[in-house]
Design a protein around this ligand. Structure first.
Ligand code: ATR
Length: 280
């Protein structure tokens, strides 16, 4: 039941109909007995600023932000947190009663939680990692690994100059895709943060056989759950981590930012999300 006192939050992006965040957050709200509702907002690309500005003061408590608005979201916030600043993007905005906007980036927390959950014993501080791609997702991952004490982050991208733009800010080394085998030498993890494999993009051809056999291979994409990239890693007997674990891992601290408490631990949101993914 939605009452006059219902606390609103939501996710903003374009497109947004595919988003699984409403499923996760509403399941948690119901289980926690919070009078809240979490809704999707599809906003035209040139209307994002006006949309966010209109929420100052807190008619909506907070927003998750997804493609293509994460960089703009950070720019609009007057109280950006350190994680968001390092990642150059925000996936969480919180609207304060005094009109201020807080920005956070919980994608990196989601990435590390996914690794901890699906690759038990993985220690981000124990060796170099390679990240494929140089968009917002890749930069966020690089920031998260750096903050977690990773000694060397290697950014591997088709367009090497974009990889260089990230390492210029965060440190580490930039590689072209043609040198991926060199970048994979001795790594403890490889993370795919490219859009390759998504509709309209070509397959990603990365020489995973050049990774150590102990390397953990992760994909940020969760549709399908077992991407061709992860399937190849499994064929090579590498441990794998899927994008759904990361999605849930970023949603948990997002919920906490909106409602001031962690979501109830006894809701199997992964099973819920899998059911939703299968049903489409
Ligand atoms: P984000 O959504 O993370 O912000 P983006 O800015 O859309 O990402 O960037 C997509 C990434 O996927 C880029 O790193 C892109 O490489 P380029 O910088 O060279 O364009 C990468 N990408 C997309 N399709 C690819 C493919 N078929 N092979 C390799 N890389 C690909």
């Amino acid at each position: 039941m939605i009452s006059g006192a219902t606390l609103l939050a939501g996710v903003v992006g374009n497109p947004i109909a595919h988003s699984m965040s409403p499923i996760l957050h509403n399941a948690w709200l119901a289980a926690a007995g919070i009078d809240g509702a979490y809704v999707p907002f599809r906003v035209a690309e040139d209307r994002f600023t006006g949309f966010v500005e209109s929420l100052r003061g807190g008619s909506v408590r907070g927003l998750n932000v997804t493609i293509p608005f994460k960089e703009q979201a950070l720019a609009l916030a007057d109280r950006p947190g350190e994680r968001a600043t390092m990642a150059g993007a925000a996936n969480v905005l919180v609207f304060e009663a005094d009109g201020g906007i807080l920005a956070d980036n919980t994608d990196g927390l989601g990435l590390l939680a996914a690794l901890a959950g699906q690759a038990p014993g993985f220690d981000p501080g124990s060796g170099p990692v390679a990240i494929l791609g140089a968009g917002g997702g890749a930069r966020g991952a690089a920031a998260a690994f750096t903050a977690a004490g990773c000694p060397e982050v290697r950014i591997v991208n088709r367009t090497q100059a974009r990889a260089q733009a990230i390492t210029d800010v965060l440190g580490g080394e930039a590689f072209g895709l043609d040198r991926a085998a060199a970048a994979f030498e001795g790594v403890i993890a490889v993370v795919n943060a490219t859009s390759a494999g998504l509709a309209g993009e070509g397959e990603l051809d990365a020489p995973l056989e050049a990774t150590p056999t102990t390397c953990v291979v992760m994909d940020m994409v969760y549709k399908p759950l077992l991407t061709p990239f992860l399937a190849r890693a499994q064929a090579l007997e590498r441990r794998t981590v899927d994008g759904l674990a990361m999605l849930i891992g970023q949603a948990i601290p997002s919920f906490e930012a909106f409602y001031g408490r962690p979501p109830p631990a006894d809701v199997d949101v992964r099973a819920l999300a899998l059911k939703f993914l299968e049903g489409r």
